[in-house]
Design a protein around this ligand. Structure first.
Ligand SMILES: O=C(O)/C=C/c1cccc(O)c1O
Ligand SMILES: [Fe+2]
Length: 314
């Protein structure tokens, strides 16, 4: 079996608060090159690890991990909206195998997802509906969060399942690296926000959706002119993290607590667990080599922006 991986930061601020043209050209070039490598690989199945930002998962039931047996994207900011082409029997088989291996993976037959899932499918494959996809949610914003070790074990279990398929599988990780956009927190929420975080935010009224997006856009503009207005990006940590993944040392992250990660890289840096799961899944499919490493801190996008591919064809 032949497996390809690509991990990519996402940010809904693309097109709203952009960096200088030369940086934009550089990032577009990196994404275009990744898209070409993926097209050459010609995936038959995608496994996409991604987080949510209180658009599909709420505190009525907040699982650490959830596999979508059916899923649709809401189209927040300017991301694509629509149904994701999930093969239901394959998703069910995957869930059963992962549960059998001792990992508690929730399932949803109507999983609602946001830009975290939509953006990599658009940027790397050209749309939501191009290739059958198994979408796997990893909670990266709503404490209590899964830790590095549990996430690695979940990724490995999915990888073992993939290794039994005779298909060209593309594994995607969407999120991170260091960043802390103004995502609401239950501990600091007023009564209205608490209500939203508990689940009445599933279909936000248009005016509230607009206000929410504008708040993130304003925070990005301010972050550019006032770097102390948000938790700083951390290029040193981000590069260390990418090097560990490149070297196949993902298990070394087990020792990093969630509190340490928040302090080092910001509260939304937990999205990097999507990269951890992706590399863990790949490692269960065989030895790999990485290619196309890219990193740049981009304050306009409130993102330590990284991109990294890997292949089991060595
Ligand atoms: O509020 C949201 O929906 C999240 C915004 C955001 C901003 C910057 C980087 C990210 O990864 C985000 O999800
Ligand atoms: Fe995000």
């Amino acid at each position: 079996m032949n497996t390809y991986l690509h991990c990519l930061s996402h940010t809904p601020l693309v097109g709203y608060v952009d960096p200088a043209q030369d940086v934009l050209d550089e990032v577009n070039g990196v994404i275009a090159a990744a898209r070409d490598r993926i097209a050459a690989f010609d995936p038959e199945l995608v496994v996409l690890f991604a987080p949510d930002h209180y658009n599909g998962f709420f505190y009525d039931v907040m699982p650490p991990f959830c596999l979508g047996v059916g899923a649709h994207a809401i189209g927040d900011f300017s991301s694509a909206a629509g149904v994701l082409p999930v093969p239901p029997a394959l998703a069910e088989a995957c869930a059963h195998e992962v549960m059998k291996s001792g990992i508690d993976l929730a399932v949803s037959y109507c999983m609602q997802v946001d830009h975290g899932f939509a953006q990599p499918l658009e940027f790397l494959l050209g749309g939501l509906d191009k290739v059958p996809v198994l979408p796997v949610f990893i909670n990266g914003v709503a404490p209590p969060l899964p830790g590095f070790q549990r996430t690695r074990l979940m990724g490995e279990a999915i990888g073992r399942f993939l290794s039994t398929l005779n298909q060209r599988v593309l594994i995607l990780g969407s999120g991170g690296l260091s960043h802390q956009p103004p995502v609401p927190e239950l501990v600091h929420a007023d009564a209205h926000m608490r209500d939203r975080l508990l689940g009445s935010g599933r279909a936000l009224p248009p005016d509230e959706r607009e206000l929410r997006q504008q708040r993130v856009i304003n925070a990005a503009r301010k972050f550019v002119s006032e770097p102390d207005s948000l938790h700083p990006l951390n290029p040193v940590w981000d590069n260390r993290f990418m090097t560990l993944l490149e070297q196949g040392k993902v298990a070394e992250l087990d020792a990093v607590s969630n509190e340490e990660l928040s302090a080092l890289a910001g509260r939304s840096a937990h999205e990097i667990k999507t990269w951890v799961a992706a590399f863990a899944a790949l490692s269960a499919c065989g030895a790999f080599r990485t290619e196309g490493r890219y990193y740049r801190p981009i304050p306009q996008w409130i993102a330590g922006f990284g991109s990294l591919s890997a292949t089991t064809q060595i």
